[in-house]
Design a protein around this ligand. Structure first.
Ligand code: ADP
Ligand code: MP5
Length: 271
């Protein structure tokens, strides 16, 4: 059995965070474990409260799992504070795992899920040990200090992120405009490719980033090569966004069931 882990915040409405990750793992046939960094009181309209776990308790959860189970791939989502980032990094350094870092900063409703002063710890501690970073455009801007408006800006920002020590960066284009949702993928060795899919006109995008990075982690856990895992994760999120569940009054969740039923072949073009 392939065992993976998510280190992230709980979303009480089930569309993002730990819940989205575990649903994605389940759908992709890997065994999901978790370490919860924070509880959020949240629904499709926004976040109303946050209760963070202590760094010690976050690490205790990771240790309990690793002492007993052979985890091969890990993702991080909402990490909330510099203290949690530092503690998680120190613990993960002891293990040989593939690490997907989704630098969750702001929920779709505008709530801050990462304290401003934690960005430095993310850049200097966690990124150097990550296999792949999956920022959306505002997150890439925050990490690099570059205002992203053009494809050239995306490339400049990606190179600045690679210089922090991560092996690969997926610059997610969900926040850009245009008929296609384009993600650009840069590797430390200079390799590059872009993936595009039809942009779905929907407000139900709660948890898209969590779901994409969880799918990527699941495929890595199943032994896919990094490039193939990224492409298959894009198929997973495209299916999940294309078949909305239409629940909630705000930004509803994506559909984690869709990938196994939908025709995903040909939905993602590579460039
Ligand atoms: N409306 C959409 N139609 C199709 N794909 C989308 C859409 N919105 C986001 N995506 C895809 O979902 C994934 C997550 O992207 P994004 O929404 O930018 O992340 P985040 O949730 O972190 O803000 C990316 O692969 C992106 O291309
Ligand atoms: C606990 C938690 N983690 C992450 C997100 C971000 O969600 P998205 O994937 O839409 O950026 C969220 N809203 N809540």
């Amino acid at each position: 059995m392939n065992i993976v882990m998510t280190i992230a915040g709980s979303d009480s409405s089930g569309g993002a965070g730990i819940q989205a990750d575990l649903k994605t793992f389940q759908e992709l046939g890997v065994y999901g474990t978790s370490a919860i960094t924070a509880l959020t009181a949240q629904n499709t309209l926004g976040v109303s409260d946050i209760l963070a776990a202590s760094p010690e308790f976050t690490v205790a959860q990771i240790q309990a799992v690793f002492e007993d189970l052979q985890v091969t791939a890990v993702k991080t989502g909402m990490l909330f504070s510099a203290e949690i980032i530092e503690a998680v990094t120190e613990e993960l350094q002891k293990h040989s795992v593939q690490l997907v870092v989704d630098p969750v900063m702001i929920a779709k409703g505008g709530a801050s899920l990462l304290q401003q002063e934690a960005i430095h710890a993310l850049k200097t501690k966690l990124l150097p040990i990550a296999t792949v970073l999956t920022p959306n455009i505002p997150e890439a801007e925050e990490i690099t200090g570059i205002q992203i408006e053009t494809v050239q800006d995306i490339e400049t920002a990606a190179k600045k992120i690679l210089a922090l020590g991560v092996q690969c960066v997926v610059m997610k284009g969900g926040h850009l405009e245009g008929e296609e949702a384009v993600d650009m993928v840069y590797f430390a060795d200079g390799a590059f490719f872009a993936m595009s899919s039809e942009r779905i006109n929907t407000k139900h995008t709660h948890g898209t980033g969590c779901t994409f990075s969880a799918a990527l982690t699941a495929f890595l856990g199943k032994g896919y090569a990094l490039r193939d895992a990224i492409i298959e994760a894009k198929h997973f999120i495209q299916a999940a966004i294309s078949h909305p569940l239409n629940i909630g009054n705000g930004h509803g969740p994506t559909n984690h069931f869709a990938y196994r039923k939908a025709q995903v072949k040909g939905q993602v073009k590579l460039h």
